[in-house]
Each structure stands twice: as structure tokens, then as C-alpha cells.
Design a protein around this ligand. Structure first.
Ligand SMILES: [Zn+2]
Length: 245
């Protein structure tokens, strides 16, 4: 299985890192984890054919994790995509993304292919070809609980993911509130951990990771102030990098 880093940046846009997006490939099956701002261009730079993407998984509603979606759908439309695309996201993000597509003139009758919308819930297993994806709620957006009244589609759900494929198990933390958010997911062995590099202290991370049964750790979501941080033995992601996992 290959992991291609499409976007390794944080919520602070920079020239050399696109926003969060990761291409996970097993034989001919491809899923995209998050689709932040700039993803379509970043796929171009990485020489990845977007038509191979079969499913997109969304972790939460910060724009550095979803804002590339309408333009990617437009690109599919212009490339005359025919095969269906599965989208996995919380119930509210599904409604919100449908709305965004309508407002971008990308309504379902026009785009030329089917989007299979799959609302996701904490702890349930969702199968897509050779992948099984299990979302786990984390505390990343808990601080916005008192802001839920602002719009009916406001969503404080934020997920980390357990990804099973060919008897291997990997974890995509997405954005978390604290390292302890994913402690439970790392009670069992994981072949790989793709973890955001921002919402904790680097010293705390280095202590924490030594006790975890993880074969390969990759740090992403790198903010400008952590470009030179020492994450120990972990691989620090760069856009365009391919990692065999
Ligand atoms: Zn976030």
C-alpha cells in the first residue's frame, strides 16, 4: 500500500505545502483522506490522476480539510468522469458539501457522474473496496460547542480514522485536540500512523510516541513555526512524497 502526501500544510497557507490531503492506494483502489484548499493543483504537481480516486473521506469542517472539494468535483466534470465517487463525512458535512456544490453550479444532474454520499458515525465500519474505514470522534472542535447556534449546519464533530486494508491497520489522526484523543486507537499495533504535527508540544509527542506500538509514524499538518522542529524518528511529510506503508 502506498501513501502519497498531497498536502502536508496546516491552516496557515504557505507556498511549499498545500492544505491537508492524502492519497492512499492499494492495488487499483484509491481513497483520498481530506481535500483541503489547493488539492486539485497539488494532485497535478504530484502527477496523480484524480480520476483514480474512488472515495473521499472528510475528517471535519475546517477549510484546510474540505475547501478543495468543489474544484475537484469541477475538475471531474471537465474531465468527463463517469465512475461514481463515494464521499464519507459526518451527516452535517454531507449536507453542507451538497449545498456548496449546488452553489458552485455543480448540481448532480450536471456533473455527469454519481456521488454516493455516505454519512458516517463514531465507531461504525464503512467498507470501500479493499479498505475498511472506522471513524472515531476526537476533541479537536469541542471548543466550538457554544457556537453551534450560529448555523444549523455547524458541526463540532471531528474524526480520527482507523483504516484496515489487507490485514494491516493504520491510523490517520486528522486534527486532534490532544494526543490523548487517539490513545485508545493505539492500544493495539498499527502499521502506520499519519498524525498532525500541531496541536500538542513536540516534547510531549516524543515521549508519547515511544510507548506506542506503531511501525511507521508520519507527521503532517506542519505549521510554519514547526518547519524545523525535531520530531525524533518520525518521518516529516513533504508534498509529493510517497511512503510505502
Ligand atoms: Zn482543524
Amino acid at each position: 500500500m502506498e501513501l502519497h502526501i498531497v498536502g502536508s500544510g496546516s491552516g496557515m497557507p504557505v507556498g511549499h505545502r498545500s492544505s491537508s490531503s492524502f492519497w492512499l492506494e492499494n492495488n487499483d483502489d484509491v481513497i483520498l483522506l481530506d481535500c483541503g484548499d489547493g488539492t486539485s493543483s497539488a494532485l497535478h504537481r504530484a502527477n496523480l490522476n484524480p480520476l483514480e480516486i474512488g472515495a473521499i473521506v472528510f475528517s471535519h469542517s475546517h477549510s484546510d480539510h474540505w475547501a478543495g472539494f468543489p474544484l475537484l468535483i469541477q475538475r471531474f466534470h471537465l474531465l468527463r468522469r463517469e465512475k461514481p465517487l463515494t464521499v464519507l463525512a459526518s451527516h452535517r458535512i454531507v449536507k453542507f458539501l451538497k449545498y456548496v456544490l449546488e452553489m458552485s453550479y455543480m448540481w448532480s444532474e450536471r456533473i455527469g457522474f454519481e456521488i454516493v454520499w455516505q454519512p458516517i458515525e463514531d465507531g461504525k465500519k464503512y467498507k470501500f473496496k479493499s479498505f475498511s474505514i472506522i471513524p472515531h470522534l476526537n476533541s479537536h472542535l469541542e471548543g466550538y460547542r457554544s457556537d453551534l447556534f450560529r448555523h444549523p449546519l455547524c458541526d463540532i464533530k471531528s474524526f480520527s480514522f482507523e483504516i484496515l486494508c489487507d490485514k494491516t491497520r493504520g491510523i490517520y489522526s486528522a486534527d486532534i485536540g490532544a494526543l490523548s484523543d487517539i490513545d485508545e486507537l493505539l492500544h493495539r499495533k498499527a502499521k502506520w500512523l499519519l498524525i498532525e504535527g500541531m496541536h500538542y508540544s513536540v516534547d510531549e509527542f516524543k515521549k508519547w510516541i515511544t510507548k506506542k506500538p506503531v511501525e511507521k509514524t508520519i507527521i503532517t499538518h506542519i505549521p510554519p513555526e514547526r518547519e524545523k522542529a525535531d520530531f525524533g524518528n518520525a518521518i516529516v511529510a513533504r508534498d509529493g512524497m510517497t511512503i510505502h506503508i
